[in-house]
Design a protein around this ligand. Structure first.
Ligand SMILES: [Zn+2]
Ligand SMILES: [Zn+2]
Length: 123
């Protein structure tokens, strides 16, 4: 398990948000979330929109939002060992930054899976 700084996950959103400056928020993610090859294969297969709330950045923001999406790793971190190889289609899912953040939050020590989040935002 890698421990990385928050701004490695949301680099685009943090660049212009000075309120985050100096904040030392650390979260744990698998390094494959940052692999651009796996990321691109995931987006090519699933499509470039949020699979929880259906937000399509290009539809909302035009060219500015073209190809913008976060990629979330579906497998719980405790199930991953060193020999684990990511499957970009099964293990990764495109989500918007809001839903991505919600997927990494916990209620009573548990995080929601993508289907639970989908039910939550689409109810
Ligand atoms: Zn979303
Ligand atoms: Zn994630």
């Amino acid at each position: 398990m890698d421990v990385i700084y928050f701004d490695n996950i949301f680099p685009e959103s943090l660049e212009t948000q000075s309120c985050f400056e100096g904040a030392k928020i650390t979260i744990s993610v698998n390094k494959y979330e940052r692999s651009s090859i796996a990321r691109n294969q995931c987006i090519d297969f699933h499509g470039c929109y949020c699979h929880a709330c259906n937000l399509d950045f290009k539809k909302v923001y035009g060219e500015l939002g073209n190809n913008f999406i976060h990629v979330h790793h579906l497998k719980p971190l405790h199930e991953i060992n060193r020999e684990y190889v990511v499957d970009p289609i099964i293990d990764l899912i495109p989500v918007c930054p809001n839903c991505h953040a919600m997927l990494h939050r916990k209620i009573n020590g548990l995080s929601l899976n993508i289907d639970q989040l989908k039910d939550l935002v689409n109810k």
